[in-house]
Design a protein around this ligand. Sequence first.
Ligand SMILES: [Zn+2]
Length: 60
Amino acid sequence: MQAVPKAIVEKSRGTQLSVVGTRTVHLCSICDAGILETYHRNRPNPLMPDELPTIQPREQ
Ligand SMILES: [Zn+2]
């Protein structure tokens, strides 16, 4: 298992996503190998959440 920081993302001002913090998640070196590879490639940035808050398109 590897402990990696995962970003906590919230919408700010309705249109922008911002990282408001991180929490530690534990990933399996085998089952989550792809995720860990992504994390190590983007270090020292935290891992992005699987699901980002949806940004609603503005109505024209
Ligand atoms: Zn595993």
